[in-house]
Design a protein around this ligand. Structure first.
Ligand code: ATP
Length: 254
């Protein structure tokens, strides 16, 4: 990452041809005391996961998948805010660098016109009142053609190449992402969550619209009214009630 203009994000880079998952590698590095902002990048993931253990498809050499190891000095209850910091930074970096109008779908995806272009997965090791470490993984579809996606996601996924019609240089895109990400991460640590939440709402494509929500054993339909100060979704139900949903075990459909 020659020329990377950051204070600590990506100053240590662990680059692999193939790993089970970049998040798993980053977790191992954490146990070995790797430094704050260490970056794990891999060309291939053989066991990439989304939330709830769902598979994340990522063909070799075509996308960007990375995990960042962070030691934020905040309470474990605030860890989910990092996912929102990441979504804001990824959406803005994609917009600035490529012009593709990526928007945020609560809680952890980026969409372009309803199709998923990026997934984010945050994992934490914590004690009662202290985060040991956080690992934030992201997969961004860059140079895939639609034919590169497995059939089950071909109708719901897209890539920057599909959107723009041209190949993009992955390294300079990754640098832009890391620089944007570090700025928003530092802003979050210095000024708190409200400035992040405001930007997140601006970039959101799953607010102020009808949505369906599924958990393992329950479903709701309603109006995505707002996101509260903890990042929970406030769903207005047909009977007028307000249901508060925290990320973790729910899927949202716009
Ligand atoms: P949902 O899309 O239901 O909200 P989610 O946000 O929890 O789910 P993740 O678990 O983060 O999604 O990601 C896994 C899901 O994303 C898979 O079930 C699949 O539908 C889809 N998917 C997998 N690989 C890709 C990819 N490369 N691009 C776009 N979508 C993908």
């Amino acid at each position: 990452l020659d020329g990377l203009n950051s204070k600590f994000f990506g100053h240590e880079v662990y680059y692999y041809d193939s790993v089970s998952s970049t998040n798993d590698v980053a977790k191992e590095l954490a146990l070995q005391g790797a430094r704050d902002g260490s970056l794990v990048v891999a060309e291939e993931q053989t066991g990439g996961k989304g939330r709830l253990g769902r598979e994340w498809y990522s063909p070799k050499y075509k996308d960007i998948k990375f995990s960042l190891l962070l030691y934020p000095p905040v309470n474990p209850s605030e860890a989910s805010q990092v996912t929102m910091v990441t979504a804001v930074a990824m959406a803005l970096a994609v917009r600035k660098k490529t012009g593709v109008p990526a928007g945020i779908k609560w809680p952890n995806d980026l969409l372009v016109e309803g199709r998923k272009i990026c997934g984010i997965l945050t994992e934490m090791s914590a004690e009662l009142d202290k985060i040991n470490y956080l690992v934030v993984g992201a997969g961004l579809n860059v140079n895939q053609e639609l034919a590169d996606f497995p059939e089950e996601v071909r109708d719901i996924a897209t890539s920057l190449k599909v959107e723009k019609g041209v190949e993009l240089a992955r390294v300079s895109l990754l640098q832009a992402i890391l620089e944007e990400y570090e700025q928003w991460y530092m802003l979050w640590l210095e000024q708190g969550f409200s400035v992040i939440l405001a930007k997140w709402k601006e970039l959101s494509v799953s607010l102020h619209c009808p949505v369906r929500i599924h958990t393992l054993n329950k479903s709701w339909e309603g109006w995505a009214e707002d996101v509260d100060a903890d990042g929970a979704l406030l769903l207005r139900l047909p009977d007028g009630g307000l249901q508060r949903l925290i990320a973790g075990d729910v899927s949202l459909r716009v």
